[in-house]
Ligand binder design. Structure first.
Ligand code: ADP
Ligand code: UDP
Length: 238
């Protein structure tokens, strides 16, 4: 499938049209952003790592019955995906407290949530992705009540699948963000799942193995991403 015109360029990925109106080429770039795009740096090979990571996770999720946009990996940095009508809402699940939750509510990092905590944020960098509720989603027409219920259900299902998968690899899945869209009437998981959009802590040492290494300037960002991938058994072929 040949990539044609650039459809849009996000902070970390670019989307290209293809001859098929239902398909896009998603290119994972090396750009790494933090704090709603205030800081952007290039991390060599991050695009390729995240593309392979995402392909692996999306395949696992599809095997578990979760509808995803992923079709196939085209190259080191490119993936073929279904073109979704994206819903501008970020679905976050937290198994433990970290990040914005700790800042917002003043709780201790690492506090356990069982059942997991579900939160919603509006995808809007200019407004710094404000927290919203399911009522806002319905009131502003970002998604219907039924669509919201489906996103909630699929996010929790994703958490069950991935929490055990990371657990077996010696990692705690602390939290993550998902984005969904519409495809021919169905709600489908889009965007990406990679260490850029989740928190993973080593089960034994508690060491951070995700984008917090970049946000907190801890160093060894890509080494950590690669280590997580290897622990999951992902074999890099590029
Ligand atoms: P951001 O929008 O946060 O800067 P990215 O750089 O990751 O993020 O850009 C990817 C863009 O592509 C996002 O706006 C995302 O919503 C969108 N997107 C992801 N998957 C799909 C898809 N399958 N169909 C259409 N748009 C998608
Ligand atoms: N997240 C993301 N994109 C965003 C905001 C959050 O991928 O625009 C992810 C983030 O990596 C973490 C989870 O969602 O795994 C929860 O993020 P949080 O609300 O704690 O915000 P943060 O402090 O990370 O900005």
């Amino acid at each position: 499938m040949n990539a044609l015109d650039l459809l849009y360029q996000g902070k970390a990925k670019s989307a290209y049209l293809t001859e098929d109106p239902d398909l896009l080429v998603l290119q994972f770039r090396d750009d790494t952003s933090a704090f709603d795009g205030e800081i952007i740096e290039q991390l060599s090979e991050k695009g390729a790592i995240n593309n392979q990571f995402n392909a692996f996770i999306m395949t696992q999720l599809a095997d578990a019955g979760i509808p995803t946009h992923f079709v196939e990996r085209l190259s080191a940095t490119d993936a073929l995906v279904k073109r979704l009508d994206m819903i501008p809402v970020e679905c976050v699940v937290r198994n433990k407290a970290a990040g914005s939750l700790v800042r917002r509510l003043g709780v201790e990092e690492g506090l356990n949530f069982d059942p997991p905590l579900f939160e919603l944020f509006l995808k809007n960098d200019a407004l710094h992705d404000p927290m919203i509720t399911e009522h806002h989603v319905e009131a502003f027409g970002w998604a219907t009540r039924e669509e919201m219920a489906r996103m909630h259900e699929l996010t929790l299902q994703t958490n069950s699948v991935l929490k055990s998968m990371f657990e077996e690899a010696g990692l705690q899945l602390v939290d993550f963000k998902l984005e969904f869209g519409r495809f021919h009437g169905d709600i489908v998981l889009g965007d990406e799942f990679s260490p850029d959009g989740c928190r993973l802590w080593d089960k034994v040492t508690g060491e951070k193995k995700d984008k917090d290494r970049f946000r907190q300037k801890l160093g060894g960002v890509l080494e950590a991403y690669r280590e997580v991938a290897e622990r999951l058994g992902i074999v890099f072929d590029h």
